[in-house]
Design a protein around this ligand. Sequence first.
Ligand code: ZN
Length: 468
Amino acid sequence: MSLLVKGGTVVGPTGTQVADVLVEGEKIVAVLDPAFSQTITVDEVIDAAGKYVIPGGIDAHTHMELPFGGTAASDTFDTGTRAAAWGGTTTIIDFAVQRTGEVVQDGLAAWHAKADGNCHIDYAFHMILGGVDDDSLKAMDQLVSDEGVTSFKLFMAYPGVFYSDDGQILRAMQTARENGAMIMMHAENGIAIDVLVQQALARGETDPIYHGITRPAALEAEATNRAIALAEVAQDCPLYIVHLSASQALEHVAAARDAGRNVFAETCPQYLYLTLEDQLGAPGFEGAKWVCSTPLRSKHESHARDLWKGLRSNDLAIVSTDHCPFCMKDQKELGLGDFSKIPNGIGGVEHRVDLIYQGVVDGQLSLERWVETIATTPARMFGLYPQKGIVAPGSDADLVVYDPNATTRISVETHHMNMDYSAYEGVEIQGGVGTVISRGEVIVADGNYHGRKGRGKFLERGLSSYLM
Ligand SMILES: [Zn+2]
C-alpha cells in the first residue's frame, strides 16, 4: 500500500515547506518537491493543498483507566486512544503504576494487560513508583534495559497513596543517573497541602474552589525547587517536572536550565486556558469538573502568560494533557460536600493538538514551535525519535493533515472521550484536524473513523535524546 499526501505545507521543528509526503506501508519513504512526484504512481492520493502536514501528535502524559480516589479514570485504553486519534494524536505515553508494597514488574504487567489489544494508536509506558526501596530500584534497571520503559514518575504529593519522601526521591534519582532514565516529578508539597485541606474542611470550606486555594502556587514552587536540588545532589540526574502550572515553579525551572542543568518541564492546555476563578470557582458543584492537580491558577496573576512565554523560550519543552477524565455523575459527585473527595483529573487527550494550534492563531507560538511542543520534543524527550515525532524518510507514517480554514467547536455533544461533560465546552478553534494517518493507515478522514481497537502497538522506548 502506497500513499501520497500531496501539496500540503509540511511543518517540522526547523521550518515549513510545500512538499509531497510519500508513504510505503507503515513508513514515510520520501518528502518530495512536488515537481518530482508527478511521475510517481501510488495506491492513494490525499490532497493536502492549503493545509498543514504535521507529525502525529504525541501525548506524553495520559492516565487511561487509572484507579484514583475510589473510582477509575473513565476512558479505557479503547475509548481514550480512539478519542486521541480523532484529535490528531497518534501516540500516547501512559503511566503504569506500582502501588506501595507491590512488585514493580507486576504493576507493569497489569498495565500491559489493560492496554494490550485495546489501543487504536501506538502507546508506551512510563512507570509510577509508589514505593522506592531496594527491590524497586533494581526493577528500574531492569525496566530500562529489558522493557523499553525509561522514565519513572515520583510524587511529592498524595501522602499515603503515591508519595515518596526526599530520601526515596534521592535514591531513585541516583539510580536514574546510573541507568540513564528520566525522573518525572509531580512537584507539590503534599504534606503541607494536606494540612491546608484539613483546616479548610474544618472551617466548612467544602466547595470545589477550595481544592485550588489549598494547593497554593508557593507549594508547587517549593517542591519544584526541592526536586531540582535533589537532582543536583544526584549528580544532575535528568528531571522532568510534569504539569507545571505556576509562574513561581517555572522560574525555578528556568534558573536551573540557565545554569545548564538537565531539568525539563511540561505544561498542559488547562493551565494555558482555564482559571481558578472562571472554572474551578463556577457556582455550586460545577467547579468539580476542573478539579485537577496541580490546580488551575488565578487569572489575576500572570501564570498563563508566563507559561506561553515558557513554551516559546523552551523553558517549557512539551504540552501534554495529563488526560485523567472522570464523569460528573457517580465520579466527581463523590466529592459533593467535600472537595477533597473529588477525583483529581481533567480529560483533554482529544483537544491538545487543536488547543495549542489556537496558540499559533493567537500569536503565542510559531507553527514550528506548535509541532515541536506537541510531537517532536515528546519523541526526543522520551526515546521515540526519529521513529516518531517528525515527517522524514524512515520515520513511521504518523501524519495529520491539519486544516487552518476549518473551525472546531469543542463540546460534549461531539467529543469522543468517555466523559459526560467537556472541560472546554463551547471553545472555538480556528483550525481543525482533517485526515489522520497512523503507520500508513488512514484512521480518520472527512469526519469518519476508520481505525480499530487493537491496531495500536506497544513501543519500547530508548533513552532521552537530550542527554549524553
Ligand atoms: Zn498525571
